[in-house]
Design a binder for this molecule. Structure first.
Ligand SMILES: Nc1ncnc2c1ncn2[C@@H]1O[C@H](COP(=O)(O)OP(=O)(O)OP(=O)(O)O)[C@@H](O)[C@H]1O
Ligand SMILES: CC(=O)N[C@H]1[C@@H]2OC[C@@H](O2)[C@@H](O)[C@@H]1O[C@H](C)C(=O)O
Length: 427
């Protein structure tokens, strides 16, 4: 059955839309997909044999011959920054006390409109028209993520909220839209995150090398692809803050004039404060067992305020505080490797994606963390990929599976009881 479908599915163009926890804007990708969804693992399919293919997210992968290993070629990519007012309003919605239902409802529709515009623009960039696109996959904007079991009246009420109305995207573009992926995994007991490891398993696994794929977005997350391993051998989890503390501290210290430590320049001018670093390492999340995921609820505004108060109490220079949180971020990734990966596997390479790739201070610290373990640290650009586009490509692929009614979660990663088809379809 699966093989039959594989042969009948043609190469298709799919749009992936991502706006992450950094709230820096909308990443939009047009991806040409061949093979894969119709014959991959999941419902009705078998685990595809590792083929040694690797995709830069900006490159090609798979053989596209219906073997179950998809080929995903990035055709066009664009990042559209959020208008400042929209960004501010999204930050307000991270605070449950301010996220009133009218504000959430309005932003849900506004984001649908903005996502549709971003999709139409990237389709035009690709030299295509909406009629050429099979499906749009839209992650949406996470405004709250509460993945821990929350038992009331014997029922587990864990939840996650991603907004950006798929019905609006479908209506404006005329293309079917798959959105709101995470809830289906949570409905069967999963964390609803991280989801990208499913696509990393499809696109990056190698027979002879154990790879660590580290995303450094707002939150940091790591995927471990054991050499020659199957889907059940993959594990992945959120390592802790990605750029979230760096961005938060820089924004507060500059009174909002800057939102990131561009080029890692502030950190490079500062010195790491050993005592503060030591205190920050005690955050219990780092030692929490897997599966685990996290977000702004833990490392957002309240955490940054506490940090600033502590730094002021110590009379720390601004640059020293930025250097210290940059080091903490790199340490949390090294710590995750030592704590959760090393006991099982020795990795060969860490491939870094997400905006953190563009911060040389952070990447420098990360290399120092992992060098003693013999792990080489590369960024996506080193292998012909794109740190920026990777997650948008992933949501194109996840939507491609959803529309083909194929399962697209990894229970070994999220802790879900079983594979499910994630994503709600608006025709
Ligand atoms: N040139 C740069 N120098 C330093 N940092 C940068 C640079 N470019 C991007 N960044 C960092 O990357 C962040 C954006 O990363 P990215 O777009 O991967 O996050 P995201 O997708 O929103 O997050 P997540 O993956 O957690 O959902 C910015 O907020 C900034 O901190
Ligand atoms: C709930 C949520 O939006 N989580 C994001 C966030 O940003 C990074 C990390 O935390 C990861 O768990 C996830 O995103 C990516 C796209 C994922 O699901 O793989």
């Amino acid at each position: 059955m699966a093989a039959e479908r594989a042969e009948t599915r043609q190469a298709r163009y799919v749009v992936g839309l991502m706006s992450g926890t950094s709230v820096d804007g909308i990443d939009a990708a047009v991806v040409r997909i061949a093979g894969g969804a119709a014959a991959g693992f999941g419902t009705g399919g078998e685990g595809a044999a590792a083929s040694g293919n690797r995709a830069g997210s900006g490159g090609r992968s798979g053989d596209g011959q219906g073997s179950g290993v998809p080929a995903a070629e990035l055709v066009a990519f664009a990042n559209t920054p959020f208008p400042a007012r929209v960004r501010e309003e999204i930050f307000a919605l991270f605070d449950p006390a301010r996220a009133t239902v009218d504000r959430v409802g309005r932003m849900n529709v506004r984001l649908g409109e903005l996502y549709a515009e971003a999709a139409l623009a990237v389709i035009a960039d690709a030299g295509l028209t909406p009629a050429d696109i099979a499906v749009v996959g839209s992650h949406g904007q996470t405004i709250y993520h509460a993945p821990e079991p929350y038992i009331e009246d014997g029922r587990d009420l864990r939840f996650t909220v991603q907004i950006g109305e798929g019905a609006v995207i479908a209506a404006r573009t005329g293309i079917p839209c798959v959105s709101d992926f995470r809830v289906a995994d949570m409905a069967v007991g999963g964390q609803g995150a991280p989801l990208v490891p499913f696509t990393e398993y499809l696109l990056y696994r190698e027979p002879d090398r154990t790879l660590l794929l580290q995303n450094i977005g707002g939150i940091g997350n790591m995927t471990v692809l054991p050499a020659g391993g199957g889907a059940d051998d993959v594990f992945a989890f959120d390592t802790g803050p990605g750029n979230m503390l760096i961005d938060g501290v820089v924004t507060r210290l500059s009174g909002g004039a800057r939102t990131m430590d561009a080029g890692g320049e502030i950190a490079r001018a500062g010195r790491v404060d050993g005592a503060l670093l030591e205190r920050l390492r005690r955050e219990p999340y780092y030692a929490r067992p897997l599966p685990k995921s996290t977000g702004r609820e833990r490392f957002g505004a309240a955490y940054v305020e506490e940090l600033l108060a502590d730094a002021r109490g110590r009379g720390m220079a601004d640059a020293d505080l930025v250097a210290t949180v940059t080091m903490l971020t790199a340490w949390s990734i090294g710590d995750a490797y030592r704590r959760f990966v090393l006991p099982k596997r020795v990795a060969d390479v860490m491939l870094v994606g997400g905006g953190g790739s563009y911060n040389p201070a952070l990447i420098g610290f990360l290399k120092e963390e992992l060098a003693p373990h013999g792990v080489r640290v590369l960024v996506q650009e080193d292998v012909g990929g794109s740190s920026d586009a990777k997650e948008a490509v992933a949501f194109a692929l996840l939507a491609d599976y959803a529309i083909a009614r194929r399962t697209n979660n990894l229970p070994s990663v999220t802790g879900a009881a079983r594979p499910v088809v994630m994503g709600k379809i608006s025709y």
